[in-house]
Write a new protein. Sequence first.
Length: 354
Amino acid sequence: MKTYLITGGAGFIGSNFVYYMLGRHDDILLVNLDKLTYAGNLENLRGVEGDPRHVFVQGDICDRELVSGLFAQYNFDYVINFAAESHVDRSIANPEIFVQTNVMGTVNLLQRAKEAWYDAEKKTWKDGKKFLQVSTDEVYGALGAEGFFTETTPLSPHSPYSASKAGADQFVMAFYDTYGMPVNITRCSNNYGPYQFPEKLIPLMINNARHHKPLPVYGDGLQIRDWLYVEDHCKAIDMVAAGGRSGEVYNVGGHNERTNIAIVQTILAQLHDRLSDEGISEALIRHVEDRLGHDRRYGIDPQKIRSDLGWFPETPFEQGILKTIDWYLANERWMNGVTSGSYQRYYEEMYRNR
Ligand code: NAD
Ligand code: TYD
Protein backbone atom coordinates (compact mmCIF):
# COMPACT_ATOMS: atom_id res chain seq x y z
CA MET A 1 0.00 0.00 0.00
CA LYS A 2 1.22 3.53 -0.81
CA THR A 3 0.68 6.33 1.69
CA TYR A 4 0.37 9.95 0.63
CA LEU A 5 0.58 13.19 2.54
CA ILE A 6 -1.80 15.45 0.61
CA THR A 7 -1.57 19.05 1.78
CA GLY A 8 -4.33 21.54 1.02
CA GLY A 9 -6.69 18.71 0.18
CA ALA A 10 -9.78 20.61 1.34
CA GLY A 11 -9.24 23.28 -1.33
CA PHE A 12 -10.26 23.27 -4.97
CA ILE A 13 -7.66 21.11 -6.72
CA GLY A 14 -6.69 19.14 -3.61
CA SER A 15 -10.25 17.94 -2.98
CA ASN A 16 -10.66 17.02 -6.64
CA PHE A 17 -7.38 15.08 -6.37
CA VAL A 18 -8.68 13.17 -3.33
CA TYR A 19 -11.77 12.09 -5.33
CA TYR A 20 -9.64 11.29 -8.37
CA MET A 21 -7.23 9.08 -6.44
CA LEU A 22 -9.84 7.24 -4.37
CA GLY A 23 -11.80 6.59 -7.55
CA ARG A 24 -8.82 4.97 -9.28
CA HIS A 25 -6.62 3.29 -6.67
CA ASP A 26 -7.75 0.78 -4.05
CA ASP A 27 -4.57 0.24 -2.14
CA ILE A 28 -3.73 3.76 -0.96
CA LEU A 29 -3.96 5.84 2.18
CA LEU A 30 -4.37 9.61 1.78
CA VAL A 31 -3.59 11.73 4.84
CA ASN A 32 -5.04 15.13 4.09
CA LEU A 33 -3.42 18.01 6.01
CA ASP A 34 -5.27 21.29 5.61
CA LYS A 35 -5.41 24.42 7.75
CA LEU A 36 -8.97 25.16 6.60
CA THR A 37 -8.32 28.79 5.66
CA TYR A 38 -11.13 30.71 3.94
CA ALA A 39 -10.34 28.58 0.84
CA GLY A 40 -10.50 25.19 2.55
CA ASN A 41 -13.84 23.61 3.21
CA LEU A 42 -14.76 20.23 4.68
CA GLU A 43 -17.94 20.33 2.60
CA ASN A 44 -15.63 19.67 -0.37
CA LEU A 45 -14.77 16.30 1.17
CA ARG A 46 -18.27 15.19 2.13
CA GLY A 47 -18.20 12.50 -0.56
CA VAL A 48 -15.28 10.66 1.11
CA GLU A 49 -16.64 10.73 4.64
CA GLY A 50 -16.31 7.26 6.15
CA ASP A 51 -13.81 6.05 3.53
CA PRO A 52 -10.99 4.40 5.53
CA ARG A 53 -8.49 5.30 2.79
CA HIS A 54 -8.80 9.01 3.67
CA VAL A 55 -7.76 10.64 6.95
CA PHE A 56 -8.30 14.37 7.49
CA VAL A 57 -6.00 16.35 9.78
CA GLN A 58 -6.60 20.04 10.41
CA GLY A 59 -3.27 21.84 10.68
CA ASP A 60 -0.68 24.13 9.17
CA ILE A 61 2.07 22.96 6.79
CA CYS A 62 4.35 25.39 8.66
CA ASP A 63 3.90 23.44 11.94
CA ARG A 64 7.15 21.54 12.45
CA GLU A 65 6.02 19.20 15.22
CA LEU A 66 2.73 18.33 13.62
CA VAL A 67 4.32 17.46 10.27
CA SER A 68 7.14 15.45 11.93
CA GLY A 69 4.54 13.53 13.92
CA LEU A 70 2.59 12.70 10.78
CA PHE A 71 5.73 11.37 9.05
CA ALA A 72 6.48 9.20 12.12
CA GLN A 73 2.92 7.91 12.28
CA TYR A 74 2.27 7.20 8.60
CA ASN A 75 5.68 6.60 6.97
CA PHE A 76 4.64 8.48 3.82
CA ASP A 77 5.76 7.37 0.36
CA TYR A 78 4.64 10.59 -1.30
CA VAL A 79 4.12 14.20 -0.36
CA ILE A 80 1.86 16.07 -2.78
CA ASN A 81 1.96 19.72 -1.80
CA PHE A 82 -1.17 21.61 -2.89
CA ALA A 83 -1.42 23.81 0.21
CA ALA A 84 -0.97 27.46 -0.67
CA GLU A 85 -2.42 30.88 -0.64
CA SER A 86 -3.57 30.86 -4.25
CA HIS A 87 -5.28 34.10 -5.23
CA VAL A 88 -3.32 36.79 -7.10
CA ASP A 89 -5.59 39.67 -6.02
CA ARG A 90 -5.23 38.74 -2.34
CA SER A 91 -1.44 38.56 -2.79
CA ILE A 92 -1.41 42.11 -4.13
CA ALA A 93 -3.32 43.28 -1.03
CA ASN A 94 -1.42 41.18 1.54
CA PRO A 95 1.83 39.54 0.37
CA GLU A 96 3.25 38.35 3.73
CA ILE A 97 0.98 35.35 4.23
CA PHE A 98 1.97 34.17 0.73
CA VAL A 99 5.63 34.04 1.77
CA GLN A 100 4.72 32.33 5.03
CA THR A 101 2.56 29.56 3.61
CA ASN A 102 3.92 29.12 0.10
CA VAL A 103 7.64 29.46 0.83
CA MET A 104 8.12 28.72 4.53
CA GLY A 105 5.45 26.02 4.52
CA THR A 106 7.07 24.27 1.56
CA VAL A 107 10.51 24.46 3.19
CA ASN A 108 9.08 22.95 6.38
CA LEU A 109 7.59 20.05 4.40
CA LEU A 110 10.90 19.52 2.55
CA GLN A 111 12.83 19.48 5.82
CA ARG A 112 10.46 17.07 7.54
CA ALA A 113 10.47 14.79 4.48
CA LYS A 114 14.26 14.84 4.43
CA GLU A 115 14.43 13.91 8.12
CA ALA A 116 12.11 10.97 7.50
CA TRP A 117 13.51 9.76 4.17
CA TYR A 118 17.27 10.47 4.26
CA ASP A 119 19.91 8.34 5.95
CA ALA A 120 22.57 10.95 6.72
CA GLU A 121 25.25 8.37 7.57
CA LYS A 122 24.86 6.31 4.42
CA LYS A 123 23.92 9.40 2.40
CA THR A 124 21.07 7.49 0.80
CA TRP A 125 17.37 8.07 0.35
CA LYS A 126 14.82 5.40 1.18
CA ASP A 127 13.39 3.72 -1.92
CA GLY A 128 10.09 4.71 -3.44
CA LYS A 129 9.80 8.18 -1.91
CA LYS A 130 8.87 11.38 -3.73
CA PHE A 131 8.06 15.01 -2.98
CA LEU A 132 5.77 16.51 -5.62
CA GLN A 133 5.34 20.28 -5.61
CA VAL A 134 2.16 21.49 -7.29
CA SER A 135 3.19 24.72 -8.97
CA THR A 136 1.85 27.05 -11.59
CA ASP A 137 2.64 28.44 -15.04
CA GLU A 138 2.53 31.91 -13.43
CA VAL A 139 6.13 31.44 -12.22
CA TYR A 140 7.26 31.98 -15.83
CA GLY A 141 5.77 35.50 -15.99
CA ALA A 142 3.80 36.71 -19.00
CA LEU A 143 3.97 35.89 -22.71
CA GLY A 144 3.52 38.17 -25.69
CA ALA A 145 1.29 37.15 -28.57
CA GLU A 146 3.65 34.36 -29.69
CA GLY A 147 5.26 31.31 -28.09
CA PHE A 148 4.65 29.07 -25.08
CA PHE A 149 6.13 28.35 -21.67
CA THR A 150 8.39 25.30 -21.71
CA GLU A 151 10.13 23.75 -18.70
CA THR A 152 13.30 25.68 -19.58
CA THR A 153 11.63 29.10 -19.77
CA PRO A 154 13.38 31.23 -17.12
CA LEU A 155 11.36 32.00 -13.99
CA SER A 156 10.14 35.59 -14.07
CA PRO A 157 7.22 35.96 -11.68
CA HIS A 158 5.36 39.28 -11.47
CA SER A 159 2.78 39.03 -8.70
CA PRO A 160 3.51 38.36 -5.03
CA TYR A 161 1.60 35.07 -5.50
CA SER A 162 3.73 33.90 -8.40
CA ALA A 163 6.92 35.16 -6.72
CA SER A 164 6.13 33.03 -3.66
CA LYS A 165 5.41 29.99 -5.83
CA ALA A 166 8.67 30.53 -7.73
CA GLY A 167 10.49 30.79 -4.40
CA ALA A 168 8.99 27.49 -3.29
CA ASP A 169 9.98 25.86 -6.61
CA GLN A 170 13.55 27.05 -6.16
CA PHE A 171 13.70 25.44 -2.71
CA VAL A 172 12.36 22.16 -4.10
CA MET A 173 15.08 22.17 -6.77
CA ALA A 174 17.67 23.17 -4.16
CA PHE A 175 16.77 20.05 -2.14
CA TYR A 176 17.24 17.98 -5.28
CA ASP A 177 20.54 19.64 -6.24
CA THR A 178 21.99 19.73 -2.72
CA TYR A 179 20.77 16.53 -1.09
CA GLY A 180 19.59 14.46 -4.06
CA MET A 181 16.04 14.46 -2.72
CA PRO A 182 13.58 12.69 -5.03
CA VAL A 183 11.34 15.50 -6.27
CA ASN A 184 9.12 16.64 -9.12
CA ILE A 185 7.46 19.94 -9.87
CA THR A 186 4.32 20.27 -11.96
CA ARG A 187 3.48 23.69 -13.42
CA CYS A 188 -0.10 23.80 -14.56
CA SER A 189 -2.17 26.42 -16.34
CA ASN A 190 -5.47 27.81 -14.97
CA ASN A 191 -7.82 25.12 -13.68
CA TYR A 192 -11.60 25.16 -13.63
CA GLY A 193 -14.24 22.74 -12.34
CA PRO A 194 -16.22 21.82 -9.20
CA TYR A 195 -15.34 23.18 -5.74
CA GLN A 196 -13.41 26.26 -6.96
CA PHE A 197 -13.74 29.17 -4.56
CA PRO A 198 -15.73 32.03 -6.16
CA GLU A 199 -12.91 34.55 -5.88
CA LYS A 200 -11.54 33.05 -9.14
CA LEU A 201 -12.82 34.10 -12.55
CA ILE A 202 -15.09 31.23 -13.60
CA PRO A 203 -17.06 30.49 -10.40
CA LEU A 204 -17.27 34.21 -9.60
CA MET A 205 -18.81 34.96 -12.98
CA ILE A 206 -21.21 32.00 -12.77
CA ASN A 207 -22.38 33.07 -9.33
CA ASN A 208 -22.75 36.75 -10.18
CA ALA A 209 -24.49 36.16 -13.51
CA ARG A 210 -26.93 33.78 -11.93
CA HIS A 211 -27.96 36.48 -9.47
CA HIS A 212 -27.97 39.24 -12.12
CA LYS A 213 -25.04 40.97 -10.40
CA PRO A 214 -22.46 42.99 -12.38
CA LEU A 215 -19.60 40.97 -13.89
CA PRO A 216 -16.30 42.76 -13.11
CA VAL A 217 -13.97 42.25 -16.08
CA TYR A 218 -10.51 43.67 -15.37
CA GLY A 219 -9.29 46.19 -17.94
CA ASP A 220 -10.06 45.37 -21.58
CA GLY A 221 -10.73 41.68 -20.79
CA LEU A 222 -8.33 40.61 -23.55
CA GLN A 223 -5.88 38.91 -21.20
CA ILE A 224 -5.40 35.27 -22.13
CA ARG A 225 -5.36 32.21 -19.87
CA ASP A 226 -4.89 28.55 -20.86
CA TRP A 227 -7.77 26.68 -19.18
CA LEU A 228 -7.61 23.04 -18.10
CA TYR A 229 -10.39 20.96 -16.54
CA VAL A 230 -9.30 20.12 -13.00
CA GLU A 231 -9.61 16.35 -13.43
CA ASP A 232 -7.01 16.47 -16.21
CA HIS A 233 -4.64 18.24 -13.84
CA CYS A 234 -5.28 15.54 -11.20
CA LYS A 235 -4.46 12.87 -13.79
CA ALA A 236 -1.18 14.63 -14.58
CA ILE A 237 -0.19 14.80 -10.90
CA ASP A 238 -0.95 11.10 -10.42
CA MET A 239 1.15 10.23 -13.49
CA VAL A 240 4.07 12.44 -12.46
CA ALA A 241 4.05 11.04 -8.91
CA ALA A 242 4.11 7.49 -10.27
CA GLY A 243 6.39 7.89 -13.28
CA GLY A 244 8.10 11.28 -13.35
CA ARG A 245 11.90 11.22 -13.44
CA SER A 246 13.33 12.66 -10.24
CA GLY A 247 14.46 16.27 -10.46
CA GLU A 248 12.24 17.00 -13.45
CA VAL A 249 9.70 19.76 -13.97
CA TYR A 250 6.56 18.95 -16.01
CA ASN A 251 4.37 21.64 -17.54
CA VAL A 252 0.66 20.77 -17.68
CA GLY A 253 -1.78 22.42 -20.05
CA GLY A 254 -4.11 21.61 -22.90
CA HIS A 255 -3.57 24.32 -25.55
CA ASN A 256 -6.87 25.90 -24.63
CA GLU A 257 -6.22 29.63 -24.63
CA ARG A 258 -9.14 32.02 -24.25
CA THR A 259 -9.49 35.69 -23.49
CA ASN A 260 -11.24 36.53 -20.24
CA ILE A 261 -14.02 38.30 -22.06
CA ALA A 262 -14.65 35.20 -24.21
CA ILE A 263 -14.89 33.09 -21.04
CA VAL A 264 -17.43 35.51 -19.57
CA GLN A 265 -19.45 35.54 -22.79
CA THR A 266 -19.50 31.72 -22.90
CA ILE A 267 -20.72 31.54 -19.30
CA LEU A 268 -23.44 34.11 -20.00
CA ALA A 269 -24.67 32.30 -23.11
CA GLN A 270 -24.73 28.89 -21.42
CA LEU A 271 -26.40 30.13 -18.24
CA HIS A 272 -28.97 32.07 -20.27
CA ASP A 273 -29.88 28.91 -22.15
CA ARG A 274 -29.75 26.57 -19.18
CA LEU A 275 -32.01 28.76 -17.02
CA SER A 276 -34.06 30.41 -19.80
CA ASP A 277 -33.37 33.67 -17.99
CA GLU A 278 -33.49 36.87 -20.06
CA GLY A 279 -31.83 38.78 -17.18
CA ILE A 280 -28.59 36.91 -17.89
CA SER A 281 -27.02 38.87 -20.74
CA GLU A 282 -23.90 40.79 -21.73
CA ALA A 283 -25.50 43.90 -20.24
CA LEU A 284 -24.17 42.60 -16.89
CA ILE A 285 -20.53 43.02 -18.00
CA ARG A 286 -18.62 45.91 -16.39
CA HIS A 287 -15.08 46.75 -17.44
CA VAL A 288 -13.44 47.75 -14.15
CA GLU A 289 -10.00 48.98 -13.14
CA ASP A 290 -7.29 46.53 -14.19
CA ARG A 291 -5.31 44.32 -11.80
CA LEU A 292 -1.90 45.78 -10.88
CA GLY A 293 0.91 44.11 -12.82
CA HIS A 294 -1.67 42.05 -14.73
CA ASP A 295 0.00 39.31 -16.80
CA ARG A 296 -1.24 39.55 -20.37
CA ARG A 297 -0.97 35.98 -21.56
CA TYR A 298 -0.15 32.51 -20.25
CA GLY A 299 0.26 29.52 -22.57
CA ILE A 300 1.74 26.11 -21.79
CA ASP A 301 3.68 23.80 -24.06
CA PRO A 302 2.76 20.36 -22.63
CA GLN A 303 4.96 18.37 -25.03
CA LYS A 304 7.26 16.96 -22.35
CA ILE A 305 4.56 15.38 -20.17
CA ARG A 306 2.89 14.06 -23.32
CA SER A 307 5.98 12.38 -24.72
CA ASP A 308 7.60 11.26 -21.44
CA LEU A 309 4.53 10.08 -19.54
CA GLY A 310 1.75 9.79 -22.14
CA TRP A 311 -0.45 12.40 -20.47
CA PHE A 312 -3.10 14.17 -22.53
CA PRO A 313 -6.15 16.23 -21.54
CA GLU A 314 -9.41 14.31 -21.81
CA THR A 315 -12.00 17.04 -21.34
CA PRO A 316 -12.48 19.55 -24.19
CA PHE A 317 -13.29 23.05 -22.92
CA GLU A 318 -16.81 23.06 -24.42
CA GLN A 319 -17.63 19.93 -22.42
CA GLY A 320 -15.76 20.97 -19.26
CA ILE A 321 -17.38 24.38 -18.99
CA LEU A 322 -20.86 22.83 -19.31
CA LYS A 323 -20.04 20.26 -16.63
CA THR A 324 -18.74 23.07 -14.44
CA ILE A 325 -21.77 25.32 -14.92
CA ASP A 326 -24.09 22.39 -14.24
CA TRP A 327 -22.15 21.52 -11.08
CA TYR A 328 -22.52 25.06 -9.69
CA LEU A 329 -26.20 25.12 -10.58
CA ALA A 330 -26.74 21.78 -8.84
CA ASN A 331 -24.72 22.83 -5.79
CA GLU A 332 -26.36 26.07 -4.77
CA ARG A 333 -26.13 25.09 -1.10
CA TRP A 334 -22.33 24.79 -1.44
CA MET A 335 -22.13 28.20 -3.12
CA ASN A 336 -24.37 29.80 -0.49
CA GLY A 337 -22.19 28.30 2.25
CA VAL A 338 -18.91 29.67 0.88
CA THR A 339 -20.30 33.09 -0.05
CA SER A 340 -21.86 33.87 3.30
CA GLY A 341 -20.08 35.96 5.96
CA SER A 342 -16.43 36.74 5.24
CA TYR A 343 -16.84 36.38 1.45
CA GLN A 344 -19.20 39.35 1.43
CA ARG A 345 -16.59 41.48 3.19
CA TYR A 346 -13.88 40.26 0.83
CA TYR A 347 -16.01 41.06 -2.23
CA GLU A 348 -16.90 44.48 -0.95
CA GLU A 349 -13.26 45.37 -0.21
CA MET A 350 -11.85 43.92 -3.42
CA TYR A 351 -14.40 45.37 -5.83
CA ARG A 352 -15.70 48.54 -4.14
CA ASN A 353 -13.11 50.89 -5.58
CA ARG A 354 -12.67 49.28 -8.96
P1 NAD B 1 -7.18 26.79 -3.01
O1 NAD B 1 -6.91 28.17 -2.52
O2 NAD B 1 -8.53 26.42 -3.50
O3 NAD B 1 -6.83 25.75 -1.86
C1 NAD B 1 -5.70 25.88 -1.04
C2 NAD B 1 -5.88 24.94 0.16
O4 NAD B 1 -4.71 25.05 0.98
C3 NAD B 1 -7.07 25.32 1.05
O5 NAD B 1 -7.79 24.16 1.39
C4 NAD B 1 -6.43 25.94 2.29
O6 NAD B 1 -7.17 25.74 3.47
C5 NAD B 1 -5.10 25.18 2.33
N1 NAD B 1 -4.05 25.92 3.05
C6 NAD B 1 -3.72 27.23 2.90
N2 NAD B 1 -2.72 27.54 3.74
C7 NAD B 1 -2.40 26.41 4.42
C8 NAD B 1 -1.44 26.07 5.41
N3 NAD B 1 -0.59 27.01 5.87
N4 NAD B 1 -1.38 24.81 5.87
C9 NAD B 1 -2.24 23.87 5.41
N5 NAD B 1 -3.17 24.13 4.48
C10 NAD B 1 -3.25 25.38 3.99
O7 NAD B 1 -6.08 26.52 -4.12
P2 NAD B 1 -6.15 25.61 -5.43
O8 NAD B 1 -6.67 26.42 -6.54
O9 NAD B 1 -6.78 24.31 -5.09
O10 NAD B 1 -4.60 25.40 -5.71
C11 NAD B 1 -3.90 24.30 -5.15
C12 NAD B 1 -2.45 24.37 -5.58
O11 NAD B 1 -2.36 24.32 -6.99
C13 NAD B 1 -1.75 25.65 -5.15
O12 NAD B 1 -0.45 25.33 -4.73
C14 NAD B 1 -1.73 26.51 -6.41
O13 NAD B 1 -0.61 27.36 -6.42
C15 NAD B 1 -1.62 25.43 -7.47
N6 NAD B 1 -2.19 25.78 -8.80
C16 NAD B 1 -3.48 26.26 -8.88
C17 NAD B 1 -4.01 26.54 -10.14
C18 NAD B 1 -5.43 27.03 -10.30
O14 NAD B 1 -5.83 27.37 -11.41
N7 NAD B 1 -6.24 27.05 -9.25
C19 NAD B 1 -3.23 26.34 -11.29
C20 NAD B 1 -1.93 25.84 -11.15
C21 NAD B 1 -1.43 25.55 -9.89
P1 TYD C 1 -8.03 34.30 -11.68
O1 TYD C 1 -9.16 33.32 -11.75
O2 TYD C 1 -7.86 35.11 -10.46
O3 TYD C 1 -6.69 33.45 -12.00
P2 TYD C 1 -5.19 33.98 -12.30
O4 TYD C 1 -5.10 35.42 -12.01
O5 TYD C 1 -4.37 33.16 -11.35
O6 TYD C 1 -4.93 33.65 -13.73
O7 TYD C 1 -8.15 35.29 -12.91
C1 TYD C 1 -8.17 34.80 -14.24
C2 TYD C 1 -8.20 36.00 -15.16
O8 TYD C 1 -9.45 36.68 -15.00
C3 TYD C 1 -7.13 37.02 -14.86
O9 TYD C 1 -6.64 37.57 -16.08
C4 TYD C 1 -7.86 38.11 -14.07
C5 TYD C 1 -9.26 38.03 -14.62
N1 TYD C 1 -10.34 38.39 -13.67
C6 TYD C 1 -11.28 39.37 -14.00
O10 TYD C 1 -11.23 39.97 -15.08
N2 TYD C 1 -12.26 39.68 -13.09
C7 TYD C 1 -12.34 39.07 -11.88
O11 TYD C 1 -13.26 39.41 -11.08
C8 TYD C 1 -11.40 38.03 -11.56
C9 TYD C 1 -11.45 37.31 -10.25
C10 TYD C 1 -10.40 37.73 -12.49
